[in-house]
Design a protein around this ligand. Structure first.
Ligand code: SAM
Ligand code: SF4
Length: 364
């Protein structure tokens, strides 16, 4: 960092380095407001005031993994496990289409057995049949082999979200068991594979983890840039009482601090990667009722309204007090239109809403 630079100069810099990012992450009061406004300005001049929707279908909560922070971990015996039927998934997708969402996101715990792999390929193909392929499909189904990723891509999925959770290997192993099933190296390889296959590849981190420092967060942002990803989803970490990481909850910043760090991360990343898609995570709204709008107003441009049938939602218990668990999709849409209009944004209906950073590079 050039020591003669003031806060305003850093806000206008093209290439932020680690020290610049740390200065911005430390901003408080009026400087923090200025940073968030800068995130918004950069977004509006690159992507206009559109918000893209992905109807979220939480396909199943069975998971082979044992991440130390997540309520769906295999070691949590308290969860009632479910898997949606084919018809339930397809009716969610038809609902998304009917509401003009343009895209769906299929998310679940991680499974890699042949039945699961074939089932997902089948569901993707069936979703693609709705109105001649008018729905875009994002998958968020964890680490898989290259063959599986290719099968799902050929079936019609074109975006994949796999958060790195933390780009710092040491911190990664503080929040995951240190074994082959939770290999940091494998996660990196998966991201590379997804990009090579041609997916619009997204990653992200949790903000406010135990032991996480501003250096870690600055490096996470540099990692996204270095990986040249098309999408990012980042949100505050929320301690779940039935997970091992919960015992470290006194080491993490208070909820408002995790929220404000998340907003600063979004604004800085928007400055660094002006044309990527960035999700306003539901976890934001869980911490702060205005959290999703605040994320949009700091530079995010994607929202994932939950379409999972009501009776299953409480079993997809990643973290406590998840927002919108009781909302019906129709309510959700009106509520979103109003909330977004109030902050000068509008939903782009009936469009896939691909990452501009990706489509430009691909020459589309
Ligand atoms: N199993 C897939 C995976 O891990 O990529 C997708 C589902 S997983 C539930 C989706 C995301 O939830 C994870 O990437 C993680 O960042 C987030 N998550 C899990 N537990 C969380 C917690 N306690 N607080 C905030 N986010 C959490
Ligand atoms: Fe499973 Fe994903 Fe939760 Fe890890 S974060 S336990 S892989 S659902």
């Amino acid at each position: 960092m050039d020591m003669s630079l003031g806060f305003e100069d850093i806000l206008l810099k093209q290439d932020l380095d680690r020290e610049d990012i740390k200065v911005l992450l430390s901003a408080r009061g009026p400087q923090q407001e200025r940073l968030l406004k800068r995130g918004l300005e950069v977004k509006l001049s690159n992507l206009d005031n559109y918000v893209h929707l992905r109807g979220l279908i939480e396909y199943e909560n069975v998971c082979e993994k044992n991440c130390l922070y997540c309520g769906l971990r295999s070691g949590n015996a308290k969860v009632e496990r479910y898997c949606l039927s084919d018809e339930e998934v397809l009716s969610c997708a038809r609902l998304a289409h009917g509401q003009g969402y343009g895209s769906v996101a299929l998310q679940s715990g991680e499974r890699s057995d042949p039945d699961f792999v074939r089932k997902i390929a089948y569901l993707v193909r069936e979703i693609k049949k709705i109105d001649g392929g008018s729905l875009g499909i994002t998958l968020s189904l964890g680490e898989q082999t290259e063959e599986t990723y290719r099968m799902w891509f050929e079936a019609g999925a074109h975006r994949y979200l796999l958060r790195i959770e933390s780009s710092n290997e040491e911190l990664y192993y503080k929040i995951h068991p240190r074994n082959d099933l939770h290999s940091f190296r494998k996660r990196l390889d998966c991201l590379e594979t997804l990009k090579r296959i041609g997916y619009q590849t997204g990653t992200g981190v949790m903000v406010g983890l135990p032991y996480q420092t501003l250096d870690h967060l600055a490096d996470d942002l540099l990692f996204f840039k270095e990986m040249d990803v098309a999408m990012v989803g980042l949100g505050p970490y929320i301690p779940h009482p039935d997970t091992p990481l919960y015992k470290l909850k006194d080491l993490i910043p208070p909820a408002e601090e995790r929220m404000s760090l998340t907003l600063k991360m979004i604004a800085i990343l928007r400055m660094m990667m002006p044309q990527i898609n960035m999700v306003a995570a539901t976890a934001n709204q869980t911490i702060d009722p205005q959290g999703r709008e605040k994320a949009i107003a700091a530079g995010a441009n994607v929202i994932m309204p939950n379409l999972t049938p009501g009776e299953y939602r409480e079993s997809y218990f990643i973290y406590p007090d998840k927002a919108c668990v009781k909302d019906r999709p129709e309510q959700c849409q009106t509520c979103l239109d109003i909330r977004l209009a109030a902050i000068g944004h509008r939903i782009l209906y009936n469009a896939w809403g691909d990452s501009l950073a990706f489509t430009k590079k691909a020459g589309k």
